[in-house]
Design a protein around this ligand. Structure first.
Ligand code: ZN
Length: 453
């Protein structure tokens, strides 16, 4: 009999983290490189093209919400199409060209065709004087405006004179697109995993999150799991609001959730707690990060960030936190051309993937253990569990996880409770608990109301 079939909730024997492919960092990076060049926006062909590429990894459904649809306090905007954008000097040189880097045009710019003096043109140029070689990322979704983004040094080098300015764009009725994929587990209860899909060529923010979750969904597809998993790939804010508006009933099934963003840089890791602050996902993520890296950072909920703001809004208050490496907005490459394919590294993507898997493994495998020998410690020697005790105290240390489990196996403490109390990794305690289970010293004390422990 395998451990998997011994588990009444149908959880696979090997953990997600144990079974993640050795090449996972390279696989995620390969998908990042394919998604990176696509010019995405809040609505339009760029998002659709991105979702279609992701469909080669997982059979996700693409949903379309028509322009003009009201979603809570918001209205779905028009699609944005950008065909070309450049600034051309009198000498005929294209000093800024959207085709070289799609950050060069302010995202969602209205069309323009003009011939302007440099001083007039500069009113529509955005730069980063403190990072003079970087191109900033700017957008204007809700105010009709046009603009270019370029390196500050390049702008300062422009000679006086007149410039041809062209933005060949249009805003048309269409739809906002988002992608969704559900993996069915033994329970209807769901873990929500969400990544935003509206930023253009920024690798960490958030090609990395999209690619990581797509490959995680692919790995989950071949597994039996306790929870069902819902993946949402939506334009930030309004896309997530649209998903929430259309799935209000489904949100009742969300027991845990993570927004995944900026997972390819070498900083952090960082976990931002849900608005609740003490949800199981908050405890599981904080526990995993504490043991994964001394540099880890767990921060409280705040109203600045990504789509956790929508999932955690008072009308939903879902237990959804954020997993990222460097805190958004706090790294030098944030929202500029420094966030490119050199900034994101396969080894960082691999370690982020492993940490997300470790968090999900806690959710999947957590249970309430109860000892079958509650009065006095079990005589472990009888069960050959104290065999190395005499070797200079090494045995005691080796048995420590087992002793922690037994000390709290009263049916009232979950394994996560015990792992936190013992300051031992959850995976270590699971190993100890399984050894005790195999000897029938330990049993599950899960109750229906605790199935989502
Ligand atoms: Zn961003």
């Amino acid at each position: 009999m395998t451990m998997a079939s011994a588990d009444p909730r149908g959880v696979a024997a090997a953990s997600l983290a144990e079974t993640c492919p050795a090449s996972i960092g390279d696989e995620i990076y390969r998908l990042v490189t394919e998604l990176f060049p696509i010019c995405r926006s809040v609505a339009g062909e760029g998002v659709r093209e991105t979702l279609r590429r992701m469909q080669r990894e997982i059979p996700l459904t693409i949903h379309e919400v028509p322009t003009g649809t009201d979603v809570f306090d918001w209205t779905i905007p028009k699609e944005w199409t950008i065909r070309n954008a450049y600034i051309q000097s009198e000498a005929g040189e294209r000093v800024v060209d959207f085709r070289r880097n799609n950050l060069h045009v302010m995202n969602y710019s209205v069309p323009v065709r003009a011939n302007l003096e440099l001083a007039e043109l500069k009113k529509h140029i955005f730069t980063l004087p403190e990072q003079p070689d970087a191109i900033p990322y700017r957008k204007s979704y809700f105010e009709p405006a046009w603009g270019f983004c370029m390196a500050h040094n390049a702008m300062m080098a422009l000679p006086d004179g007149r410039y041809d300015v062209v933005i060949d764009s249009s805003h048309d009725d269409g739809s906002l697109s988002y992608g969704e994929y559900r993996h069915d587990g033994a329970l209807e209860d769901e873990v929500l995993l969400s990544a935003h899909i509206c930023h253009p060529s920024l690798a960490n923010d958030n090609c990395s999150g999209l690619a990581l979750l797509a490959l995680l969904a692919k790995q989950l597809a071949g597994r039996r799991t306790r929870y069902s998993y819902r993946f949402v790939f939506a334009p930030t804010t309004i896309g997530t609001i649209a998903w929430l508006a259309r799935n209000q009933d489904a949100t009742n099934r969300v027991k845990h959730g993570l927004v995944v963003t900026c997972v390819g840089d070498g900083g952090g890791p960082t976990y931002k707690k849900s608005r609740r602050g003490d949800a199981v996902i908050d405890r599981a993520a904080a526990h995993v990060l504490r043991h994964a890296a001394p540099s880890s950072n767990v921060i409280d909920f705040s109203p600045l960030g990504y789509d956790e703001r929508q999932y955690c809004s008072p009308g939903f208050d879902l237990p959804v936190g954020v997993f990222q490496r460097s805190l958004f907005g706090a790294f030098r490459e944030y929202h500029n051309s420094g966030d490119n394919l050199h900034f994101v590294r396969p080894k960082n993507l691999a370690s982020s993937y492993k940490m997300v898997c470790d968090i999900l493994d806690v959710l999947e495998r957590n249970f309430y253990p109860r000892s079958t020998i509650m009065k006095g410690e079990p005589y472990l020697g009888r069960h050959c569990l104290y065999a190395v005790e005499s070797k200079g105290g090494v045995g005691a240390a080796a048995n420590l996880p087992m002793l922690w489990v037994l000390s709290f196996a009263d049916g009232q403490h979950s394994l996560l409770d015990i792992a936190e109390r013992a300051s031992l990794p959850f995976a270590t305690l699971i190993g100890a608990a399984r050894a005790l289970q195999s000897l029938e010293i330990l049993e599950r004390a899960d109750t229906p109301e605790r199935t989502a422990c």
